[in-house]
Design a protein around this ligand. Sequence first.
Ligand code: NAP
Length: 288
Amino acid sequence: MIKMDGKNLSLKIKEDLKSDLYSYFQTPILAVVTVGDDEASKVYVNNKKKACEFVGISMMHFNYDENADEAEIINKIKELNEDKTVNGIILQLPIPKKFNSRKILNTIDPNKDVDGLTDISMGRLMSGNSSLIPCTPKGILEIFDYYKIDLEGKNVVIVGRSDLVGKPLILECLKRNATVTACHSHTKNLEEYTKNADVLIVAVGKKHLIDKDMVKEGSVIIDVGITRENGKIYGDVNPNVEEKCSYVTPVPGGVGPMTVSMLLKNTVTAYKMMNEETLEDNKKLELK
Ligand code: NAP
């Protein structure tokens, strides 16, 4: 059984990005918009800031309190859309329920939508035309590539169908010619599906929902779930599956670190899309 080390892979990706960024004429900029006082969001934004600093991306943070006017937040995003030095924009979720998060998200210019969550980005994903794939699914695809897990013809079962994780994964696994089954809270006899999975991806948020009796011998298991209990973090998959599976992502240290590095990667991709011509010209000058 191989534990797929997302922490190390993420570090390798960040180091590659860092050396890539040395040759850029301008520092890429990521703008993060937060609303309210969510404690977990503070930790996530801080992790993003540290990761940006590590690779050489500049992060701007705009925080609005929960009494802010929605129009004010939308206007800030419009301003960031227009700013040619800003390459990526994210709205850190969740935001307080009184705000229309879809409306705010959809204000983000799709070419700067480095979380891949606007309606246009989702449409691009659907048509197989996306450069900015949502970070967690993209991180999982990178894990598959790094560990040479070929999905062609495999039974891939995805538990969870959120816009953030499950739905983009359904499309991306189909693109890799897997036979995809999507399970959710209304699925009856979940284990009938999970037992048949060559590759099982679980993104639910219920501690140890999946245990060894629910998985196939030799399967590949990706655990996206995070449950915090008494200061510890648990995944959706019971570690006892390690007796049966061939590959598994640990929690913590599997998918989580990959999500942050994919945000950086998407920011660099957005930067390249915005500066394609200048980067090409610089390459030509270097060759001369
Ligand atoms: P979400 O929006 O709450 O979606 C959860 C999904 O699980 C829904 O589709 C829901 O079905 C399904 N579900 C709930 N109970 C179920 C059950 N008993 N059996 C089967 N399916 C069930 O959550 P999310 O944003 O996708 O996140 C899922 C988990 O991943 C959370 O723990 C989150 O913290 C974690 N996460 C981790 C990372 C990372 O970087 N590691 C990134 C994102 C999320 P319905 O659609 O029918 O409600």
